[in-house]
Each structure stands twice: as C-alpha cells, then as structure tokens.
Design a protein around this ligand. Structure first.
Ligand code: ATP
Length: 297
C-alpha cells in the first residue's frame, strides 16, 4: 500500500483534510497519487483569501529535469472572473491547476492568491480556499444527499438543497424514486457523466471557496447534459473566481479571459471575440471544433 510509505505528517494532513469538513475524496486520491514533495514552512501563515484573485508571476516548472512544461508563464485572474485554459493535449493546463493547489512548487516565479505567495501559507488553508470539480467524480454508495454533503460535512439539508439548485440538479432529484434519499453509486442508481459532474459542482459549491477549478470532462456528453453543466457553471462562476480547464470551446465563449497555452507559455490571451478577431491559434481551434464533432484538444 502506498500509504505505508507516506510520512506521518502527510497522513496527518490527509486526516485533517477529512475531518475538517473538506472531505473531497477525489482530491484525497489526487493527493495520495502525488508524492508529498511540498512542505509547509515552519511558521506558515493562514491564507487570507478575501477576494480570490490568482496571479501566476513568471512561472517556470518541470516535472523532470530535461523537460520544461511551463516557461515564464504569467497571468492574473481577477476576483470573480472566469478564466479558461485551452490548448493542445499535454500543453500544461492541468499542471497550472496542480501548481495553484500547490501539489508541486514552481521552479521559479511565484503563484499568489490575493497577493500572498502560496509557499508562505499552510497547505490546509490554501486548499480550503479552492473548490475542485474533477473530470471524473467518485460517487459513494450512499444517498444523493450525503454524496453532495461530502463537500462540507457540517452543511445543513437546506444548504445542500441550495447547492443542488446552483448545480442545476434540483429537477433531476425530483425525478428520483426516493428524491434526495435515493442511493447512488456502485450498488445504487448509476448517474450519467453529466449528472456526476453536477454532483461534483454541488459539492464544490457547498464548500464556499473563493476560487473554483473546473476540469471539464473530455468525454462527450449528450447536449442536454452539457447544457445543464454549462448553466451550472455560469451560476457558479458568478460567485467566485473560476478557472476552467476547457476542452470544448463552446463551453467558454462567455469567459472573461481565455488563455491559449502552447509551448509552455500563453500564446494568445483575450475574450472569445477579441481572439476570433486576431485570427490566430484560437480561431484555428474554434473553426476546427465548429466543423468536427471530434475534440482536437
Ligand atoms: P490534457 O488536455 O491532455 O489533459 P494538459 O494540457 O492538461 O493535457 P498536463 O496534464 O498539464 O497537460 O501535462 C503537461 C505535460 O506534463 C504532459 O506532457 C504530461 O505528460 C506531463 N506530465 C503531467 N504530469 C506529470 C507527472 N506527474 N510527471 C511527469 N510528467 C508529467
């Protein structure tokens, strides 16, 4: 078992994550899969994410010595903005979100939230400020109510209901045989990919983070499912700063900023209309996706 080799301090962190109303199990799996290379400073302060601005300041990063992934990448997501990361597979979009969550430290440059370098704050306070909607959501053999409540264990039923509404799951729940008490997951009702991702959105909303990272599913969803997710995402992104790792450009036409990532850098930046006017890399991707149902990125 991998856990056997984990330092006790790291396991302690994982335990606190579970206990401290942050039981986002996907994130736990993510953490366990990543070597604990990152340590809190001895007197790390608590992140004070008052507004939710995110700045990547000249960030360079490589997983392996010979292979730079990001080289001198800079951008700022202002509070409440929706910022989309697009680019070819392997361009480094997920790496940007992993650096924001500090699963790894940057090699040079800095990542800041509301002006605080994330290396100076505790990992606990950092990850408390960020909600993650992963591509693939793990559902537990439990009711839909409890599955959503994993986002914040002390949430009331009313708060869970409000999160379901924002995630556009309310109508869906009404169609279930036992409503919120319906068992889902392995031995319960199987939810579609789109429904599962909306459960993840509801979980993340319940956490009330200042910053949300939404990793769009690569697998194609039927258009109704996709529309529901889009509507949910539009609601969510009005409430906090949202970083979307996008695969379908149609889902991010309303983003405040679109960052086209290529060769470890931002090769184009702007909103949908300004990028189309540039007639560059984004326009090529856009035209390709308009003409093909297959996803090139
Ligand atoms: P996709 O759209 O396919 O998800 P992406 O743009 O999100 O791609 P990343 O997942 O950030 O790309 O990966 C960027 C590069 O870093 C890829 O070449 C990938 O193989 C490499 N990479 C990712 N994780 C690791 C790791 N843990 N160790 C070594 N290399 C890695």
């Amino acid at each position: 078992m991998m856990q056997v080799f984990m330092p006790l301090g790291f396991l302690g962190f994982v335990y606190r994550e579970m206990k401290g109303s942050m039981a986002n199990i996907e994130k736990m799996f993510g953490l366990l899969a990543v070597a604990p290379t990152v340590q809190d400073k001895p007197k790390a302060s608590q992140l004070n994410a008052h507004d939710g601005s995110v700045t990547f300041n000249n960030v360079s990063f490589r997983y392996q010595a010979q292979r730079p992934i990001l080289t001198g990448l800079s951008f700022t997501a202002k509070p409440m903005q929706k910022v989309a990361l697009v680019g070819a597979s392997g361009a480094g979009k997920s790496t940007i979100s992993k650096l924001l969550l500090r699963f790894y430290d940057v090699d040079s440059g800095s990542v800041e939230i509301d002006g605080q370098d994330i290396r100076d704050v505790s990992q606990y306070s950092l990850r408390k400020a960020i909600g993650v909607v992963p591509q693939d959501t793990v559902l537990f053999n439990n009711t839909i109510l409890e599955n959503v409540r994993y986002g914040r264990l002390d949430a009331t039923d009313a708060e869970v209901m409000a999160a379901l509404k924002i995630a556009h799951l309310e109508e869906f729940v009404k169609t279930l045989p036992d409503g919120l008490a319906t068992k889902v997951g392995e031995r319960g009702l199987k939810l579609s990919g789109g429904e599962k991702q909306r459960v993840a959105i509801a979980r993340a909303v319940l956490k009330r983070p200042k910053i949300m990272v939404f990793d769009e599913a690569t697998s194609s969803l039927d258009s109704r499912s996709e529309q529901s997710i889009l509507a949910a995402l539009a609601d969510v992104s009005q409430r906090q700063t949202t970083l979307v790792i996008a695969h379908r450009l149609s889902t991010i036409v309303d983003a405040d900023q679109i960052l086209v990532i290529g060769e470890g850098q931002i090769i184009e930046q702007g909103d949908h209309h300004s990028l189309l006017e540039r007639d560059g890399a984004y326009t090529k991707l856009w035209r390709f996706q308009q003409n093909h149902s297959v996803d090139p990125i």
